[in-house]
Design a protein around this ligand. Structure first.
Ligand code: RUQ
Ligand code: CUA
Length: 661
């Protein structure tokens, strides 16, 4: 029996709910029959702007989060061509990531092996507040993790789990010298986790904000400290930069601390907070011996390009910080209407709160914030954390005329671009005067927007990409499921111009883009075979062999156009566990070989030049079973195959192997 309590809603939320409903109805504009139309954005000069002629290359790399695919996709701008899907938090049969013995440890967590996740917010490493293109960080939202992608190899190089967190959403943004990548919890939980009644949430659950340091040389992550904050929902975050470098800003909602029916109960307070965290002050506190080590359990997984293998280490403690013990380090900035995104302009002077139940944008001034802190002008406190006075810190209000602002990006020319989910539009406004300059519809219901370098001191303000939640009639229908849609706007002039639509994969929440001129020259072409330190690598043909150890058989195999060494193996028995350790001997760019074995209960492998990968096969039936190369590598690719003879468990056929006999 379900009892429904009627909770009085404020008029405003009723209004919003009905507005939301009507916008969704309005936004279906019926071109569902698959016929092309000539209206809209495809004027010929717009076509030229996105046309990258055959053989030409794009101006930007755009990295789009994969949402519930758990991955990251790479696109070119302006063409919208997809170049690659990079597996991060999910098993990926295309390459064998998460299936191969070498990469399984990457998906290890304190909960065990996790084959998927929900990735949201990529951010590219910076030096002096400018994109340096060394690494990209992205969060796993569901089982809290942060990954580092190496932008030389476009491979996931490291994943660190975030303990005491749940719904790792206000992540993975970096400070302007990549000192820290930050991971904040969306869902507050008991810290440490324990069995307790849910209704005792208020005052007892906590929200953790984690600061993970990044080694400036090799990018290695290390969970430095975790702020244990009041039990709000920490939604998004952004670093200070320039004058505000040393601060980090986190939005909160559900300052009501409701534990049920949040759509109503977490919309009661007129204002929630942006938490301003002075991490440099916290560093000082830690240097003076502050903080408490808490026992916990989290995985730290690191991939090595030398051994072509990952290791997973379980860490056992985390340094926690009680915010009330570090006076002067944390303040709450009141911000209207359940803010979602918090964004900082390229100069670091303004902190933009995007109140998702609001029409206006609230701009906090960093200078005003510092003055208010110095003047000790507080409006009370929450759980011992001082609340600044809204009017004292206000820098301005953008009267947007839109509804449901989510995120703001900057073009580096003095303008902000804010996405509005409910009114399905992007609004361009001027930093400092707060006047609205332009607005354009999005098709439909935009989440994040992205300008290359838009979260840095130096954005490249040529394109704006809107990442839309609802696709409806933009493409040919593909059954009930449609890919999400991105739209490209030319923002080089005064007015934005919608020039292109392209589908995206999974649900790209945020994206990060960088000029190709920074990344392309550094892109790695092969792995040197001579540098291969995989313990099971076959670095020269005479090392190829097959060895038995009880019921386990190790096949040490080499591959080169267009054969395997060995390619005939006998003496395998039903019930054996056969490990194929395969080394690709090619030393040319773009010559991977693949490997698939009939009846193997995992994916195949795709092995790059100079690389070694391992997969397991457990033969269940006697017979002679083939394997082959899955990647069309030469004119004789179809000849790249081999056989394995599987005999009964009790047979006495000797183990033997050969090639060319
Ligand atoms: S958050 S738009 Cu992760 Cu806005 Cu999705
Ligand atoms: Cu190797 Cu096809």
């Amino acid at each position: 029996m379900i009892t429904i309590k009627i909770i009085p809603m404020k008029k405003y939320s009723t209004y919003l709910a009905s507005m939301l409903g009507s916008f969704l109805v309005l936004s279906g504009c019926g071109n569902q029959d698959g016929k092309s139309t000539s209206n809209g954005a495809l004027a010929s000069n717009n076509a030229e702007k996105v046309y990258v002629a055959p053989g030409e290359q794009d101006e930007f790399y755009a990295f789009m989060s994969g949402g519930y695919s758990g991955n990251l996709t790479v696109y070119g701008l302006p063409s919208g061509r997809m170049f690659k899907e990079i597996p991060v938090f999910s098993q990926f049969p295309t390459s064998g990531y998460g299936y191969s013995e070498e990469t399984k440890p990457m998906l290890n967590t304190s909960f065990g092996f996790i084959p998927g996740d929900d990735s949201h917010h990529p951010d590219i490493s910076q030096t002096n507040g400018e994109l340096d293109g060394r690494w990209l960080f992205i969060n796993g939202n569901n089982t809290p993790r942060i990954a580092r992608i190496d932008l030389k190899t476009f491979e996931t190089a490291e994943i660190i789990e975030v303990p005491n967190s749940a719904g790792n959403h206000s992540s993975s943004y970096i400070t302007e010298n990549t000192e820290y990548v930050v991971a904040g919890t969306r869902f507050s939980v008991p810290i440490p986790q324990r069995d307790m009644p849910i209704k005792d949430y208020k005052g007892n659950f906590k929200g953790s904000l984690s600061f993970i340091s990044v080694d400036p040389e090799d990018g290695r992550m290390d969970l430095k400290f975790q702020l244990v904050m009041p039990g709000f929902n920490y939604d998004l975050s952004h670093p200070g930069r320039g004058k505000s470098h040393g601060w980090f800003f986190f939005t909160t909602y559900n300052t009501e601390e409701a534990n049920s029916l949040l759509e109503v109960n977490a919309s009661q307070n007129d204002k929630d907070f942006i938490a301003a965290v002075n991490w440099k002050k916290i560093e000082e506190y830690i240097e003076n011996g502050g903080g408490t080590l808490m026992p916990t359990n989290y995985a730290h997984n690191v991939y090595s390009d030398e051994t072509h293998s990952a290791t997973s280490t379980m860490k056992k403690e985390v340094l926690t910080i009680d915010p009330t013990k570090v006076p002067g380090a944390i303040y709450f900035l009141p911000t209207p209407k359940s803010p979602h995104g918090v964004d900082v302009d390229p100069t670091g002077s303004y902190i933009i709160g995007n109140g998702k139940l609001s029409a206006d944008l609230t701009i906090h001034s960093f200078d005003n914030m510092i003055a208010a802190i110095e003047g000790k002008k507080f409006d009370g406190e929450a759980y011992g954390i001082p609340i600044l006075k809204f009017d004292d810190i206000l820098g301005g209000i953008v009267k947007s005329g839109g509804l449901g602002p989510l995120h703001t990006e900057f073009d580096g020319k003095g303008f902000g671009y804010t996405t509005f989910f409910i009114s399905s539009e992007v609004v361009k406004w001027k930093v400092g005067t707060w006047e609205v300059i332009d607005r354009k519809p999005t098709y439909y219901s935009v989440g994040h927007g992205m300008i290359p370098g838009g979260n840095s001191r130096k954005p490249f303000g040529k394109y704006f990409v809107s990442m839309n939640k609802i696709t409806k009639d933009r493409y040919l229908p593909t059954g009930p499921e449609l890919e999400h849609s991105a739209q490209l706007y030319d923002i080089s002039g005064d007015k934005m111009e919608l020039i292109y639509d392209f589908p995206t994969h999974g649900e790209p929440h945020y994206a990060a883009a960088i000029p190709a001129s920074i990344l392309a020259p550094k892109s790695q072409k092969i792995y040197k075979l001579s540098d291969n330190e995989h313990p099971n690598a076959v670095k020269s043909i005479p090392e190829a062999r097959v060895e038995r150890d009880g019921n386990t058989v190790h096949v040490y195999m080499a591959m080169i156009r267009s054969h395997f060494t060995p390619d005939n193996i006998e003496g395998i028995k039903v019930g054996d566990k056969v490990y194929f350790h395969i080394t690709n001997h090619e030393q040319d760019f773009d010559v991977p070989h693949g490997f698939m074995m009939i009846g193997a209960t995992n994916s195949g492998l795709l092995i790059m030049p100079g690389q070694t990968k391992t997969t397991v096969w457990e033969p269940k039936q006697e017979g002679v079973w083939p394997f082959y190369c899955t990647d069309f590598c030469s004119a004789l690719h179809q000849e790249m195959q081999g056989y394995i003879r599987v005999s009964p468990a009790n047979s006495n056929i000797d183990l033997s192997w050969s090639v060319g006999e």
